[in-house]
Write a protein that binds this ligand. Structure first.
Ligand SMILES: NC(=O)c1ccc[n+]([C@@H]2O[C@H](COP(=O)([O-])OP(=O)(O)OC[C@H]3O[C@@H](n4cnc5c(N)ncnc54)[C@H](OP(=O)(O)O)[C@@H]3O)[C@@H](O)[C@H]2O)c1
Length: 279
């Protein structure tokens, strides 16, 4: 293995860059998992396009990555809840070759009952987690398919698996993302483009801390961290459509992981639907 200094993965960095480089676009890079993705990808030698609503914070990360890893970085300040977000992203990325898209942003702005916020207040969040996600997958995925190489990591949530009180639109939109990602995994395998749903549970991020603080809850000291989760996602890209953390770690002998169960479901339903709509 040829690890770059600072990388926490067991990846062969040259192979990884060859398949997914030279640029990674990290959507939601200003803190938590997104910032950690950027750090670990920069350590592998990726140039990083860093996106969030706070360009000043991203500028600091850009400096850090350039200094520590000698890579190029780009800051994109955009609100993903805005209807024209994709146009801004495409324009700012310009001709840079995005070989890896990490769509990380996606936590809800409020953890409240459905009726606590108005339908209009929820609209931006739903747009970010549906329209903006599929526009990014469509735009950058099309380029990857044309190049016959690339990868997409969609950071998902256990919320995708079913409805939950106070998380109605979060569960609904995370279900959308999970099904989108698994379908694209099935469609793009033949084009050498990998899609991974990195499905996680409660994780120690600034957003999670802010939500807990808003509800007067103490932060548990045993939450998984971004530093623990990100390398698992990078390692899993290209092997499964879905990795469920922590369920898919430390499986008993002979036990099929949830990710592999979901892969089998995707393959089976693809085969069945082909009898009706072709392949
Ligand atoms: N933390 C958890 O416990 C947990 C559990 C399960 C799943 N997840 C998933 O993990 C991912 C990351 O979650 P997180 O806890 O780090 O919180 P998050 O609020 O999704 O923040 C992640 C990043 O997204 C950016 N972002 C958020 N809203 C944005 C917007 N409207 N426009 C542009 N950028 C935006 C944030 O930057 P700015 O604020 O600077 O814009 C930040 O850099 C999400 O997809 C979430 O669903 C998290």
């Amino acid at each position: 293995m040829d690890n770059h200094a600072g990388s926490a993965t067991s990846l062969d960095s040259q192979q990884f860059i060859k398949k997914y480089g030279p640029w990674a676009l990290v959507v939601g890079a200003s803190h938590g998992l997104g910032a950690e993705f950027a750090r670990q990808l920069a350590a592998l030698g990726f140039n990083c396009a860093l996106l969030s609503r706070r360009p000043a914070v991203l500028d600091e990360l850009k400096q850090e990555l350039q200094t520590n890893f000698g890579i190029e970085a780009l800051v994109i300040g955009v609100d993903l809840m805005e209807p024209n977000a994709i146009e801004t992203i495409v324009e700012q990325v310009g001709a840079r070759e995005i070989g890896l898209l990490v769509f990380n942003a996606g936590a809800p702005p409020f953890t409240e009952h459905f009726l606590t916020a108005s339908a209009a207040q929820w609209a931006g969040f739903v747009r970010m987690n549906t329209e903006t996600v599929y526009h990014c997958c469509h735009h950058f995925g099309a380029q990857m398919v044309a190049r016959k190489r690339g990868g997409i990591i969609l950071v998902g949530s256990h919320a995708a698996f079913g409805g939950t009180k106070k998380l109605a639109l979060y569960t609904a939109t995370k279900g959308f993302i999970l099904n989108l990602g698994e379908s694209l995994w099935a469609e793009w395998q033949q084009h050498n483009v990998d899609v991974l749903n990195l499905v996680i549970g409660s994780t120690d991020t600034p957003t999670m801390r802010a939500h807990m603080a808003a509800h007067g809850m103490p932060i548990p000291d045993d939450l998984p961290t971004a530093q623990q989760i990100v390398p698992l996602g990078l390692d899993a890209l290209g092997s499964v459509p879905t990795l469920v953390h922590p369920d898919d770690l430390d499986l008993a002998e002979g036990e099929l992981s949830r990710g592999l169960q979901r892969r089998d479901h995707v393959l089976e339903s693809t085969e069945i639907s082909a009898k009706f709509i072709g392949d």
